[in-house]
Write a protein that binds this ligand. Structure first.
Ligand code: FAD
Length: 455
């Protein structure tokens, strides 16, 4: 097997959506690029379809998916946790259902065609550090000598293999906390052709998570379960999915055809910084996921585009320090997308603390519009602040029932969300430790419920 060279301009760890797009862009700009991936090239990404915003392909200059990369969408029914409310949603007009593996392979081919050297089945162990300057100068690889580069890019997904092994102090959290993690389980079985059932049923806020059954594809029935990684939750995501599976057992075959495994996804606002000396972090590794839905393909691609532009500018200026890469932080944090994802994190953290009865109350009394909450960000442009209907809960808070007293936390929500969106827009223009720390503290203060979710 061919081994990587000893030195590159850029090394990218992880050939998911973020890693492939970033690699392609840097190779197209003429830099020597090495992309390393622990899996076999034919087993990249998930072997299933995911909802991805249509507008992203143009935004990041990727050809729109061909028919064979697309799956069917359908209408869906959202059900409240105690099933007092069922709301029908039309097929999301702003999303495509994208074949993740085919799409990922196409992105990889484009990167290789642009000149990227790709090494699959290559397990990265962590960063190579120049101690005196707190600078990342390469990577350690299992069973091979380390390789070095002027810039290392961590696109390794949830685990963040570089991020989580940095020995020096950084401006970002190196570990993702349990309560900021959503555990997911998804499996697809053969769909029996007969029967009448909705295309898609999503049960929200059950077990501080979500479970769903989907029947909108011709051949597959899909079952999904996910919940926040809190020790107080006694069911597994698989058990949540199987509760629905049992209900529809006669509609599907016995064998698991796709999926069938548990995966953690980040469920928190993006890291406060994505850069260190000689390092950029992109995609799930940087927690750039949608905090309402867990979607992360479009935002990872968007971040990869901004990051690649910032990296090229830093190379042109011949300096790859944190300060030189900072523009990536500024552009992503100030974006509308990040404003929505960040402020929704406050809502998510509150929802985790509420009982199923309390969520039921919010939804059945139309305090929060469930349709708007689940619609595409791109489609509605609505922030949660606009969805929460203040006039609906304010008068009722005077009623001294236990539920309503607890729901009083919601009264602070709109102002906290607005504050957080404003802070995103005011992300420090340049790196300065004092200004940055003040900004970070203000962000943390926006949380109404914070860091003690599992006590
Ligand atoms: C059940 C489920 C459903 C989802 N549904 C949607 C959806 O509908 N829409 C949506 O947009 N998103 C969805 N997502 C989220 C989406 O999958 C991620 O946000 C997206 O894949 C992030 O892309 P990425 O490139 O950052 O990371 P990844 O796609 O995770 O890629 C990381 C790559 O790094 C490699 N790697 C990791 N560690 C190492 C190492 N040590 N050495 C070398 N390589 C390494 C991995 O093998 C992988 O190929 C879903 C996720 C799950 C789990």
């Amino acid at each position: 097997m061919r081994n990587p060279n000893r030195n590159y301009d850029v090394i990218i760890v992880g050939a998911g959506a973020a890693g492939c797009l970033f690699s392609r862009n840097l190779a197209l700009a003429g830099y020597s690029v090495c992309l390393v991936e622990k899996r076999d090239r034919n087993k990249l990404s998930h072997d299933w379809w995911d909802a991805v915003e249509k507008s992203i392909f143009d935004k990041v200059s990727i050809t729109y998916p061909e028919d064979d990369e697309l799956w069917k969408g359908g209408e869906c029914i959202i059900q409240s946790p105690l099933n007092l409310l069922q709301v029908k949603l039309d097929p999301f007009p702003y999303h495509e259902q994208l074949d993740r593996r085919k799409f990922n392979l196409r992105l990889l081919r484009e990167a290789i065609d642009a000149g990227v050297e790709f090494f699959d089945k290559t397990m990265v162990r962590g960063p190579l550090i120049e101690d005196e300057s707190d600078t990342i100068i390469g990577i350690h690889i299992q069973d091979l000598d380390p390789i070095s580069a002027n810039l290392v890019v961590d696109c390794s997904g949830y685990e963040g293999i570089i991020r989580s092994h940095i020995p020096f102090k950084t401006n970002f959290d190196k570990k993702i906390r349990r309560e900021d993690t959503m555990l997911t389980y998804r499996e697809m079985r053969e769909k029996k052709p007969s029967g009448s059932y909705p295309d898609e049923i999503i049960i929200t806020s059950k077990n501080k998570g979500i479970s769903a059954a989907h029947f909108n594809q011709d051949k597959y029935a899909e079952f999904f379960g996910a919940h926040a990684d809190l020790s107080s939750i006694k069911v597994t995501p698989k058990e949540m999915a199987y509760e629905l599976l049992e209900k529809y057992e006669d509609k599907c075959g016995k064998e698991i055809l796709k999926g069938g495994y548990e995966t953690p996804v980040p469920f928190r606002r993006a890291l406060d910084s994505f850069v260190a000396n000689g390092l950029m972090i992109i995609g799930d590794a940087a927690c750039q996921t949608n905090t309402r839905t867990g979607e992360g393909v479009a935002s990872s691609l968007y971040a990869a585009m901004i990051a690649s532009n910032a990296a090229i500018r830093a190379f042109e200026n011949e300096s790859i320090k944190k300060e030189d890469l900072w523009q990536y932080n500024v552009e992503y944090h100030r974006s509308k997308l990040n404003q929505v994802f960040s402020s929704s994190d406050i809502v998510g953290k509150i929802l985790f603390t509420l009982s199923e009865e309390e969520v039921e109350y919010i939804l059945t009394n139309d305090i929060m519009d469930i349709r708007d909450y689940f619609k595409s960000i791109e489609g509605t442009e609505k922030l949660t602040v606009e969805i929460i209907k203040k006039e609906k809960y304010r008068p009722k808070i005077s009623v001294r029932s236990k539920i309503l007293a607890h729901l009083a936390t919601l009264a602070d929500l709109p102002s906290k969300e607005e504050e957080m969106q404003k802070l995103c827009r005011e992300y420090p223009e340049e790196y300065n430790p004092d200004t940055f720390n003040i900004w970070r503290e203000k962000m943390n203060n926006c949380y109404i419920v914070r860091y003690d979710l599992d006590k």
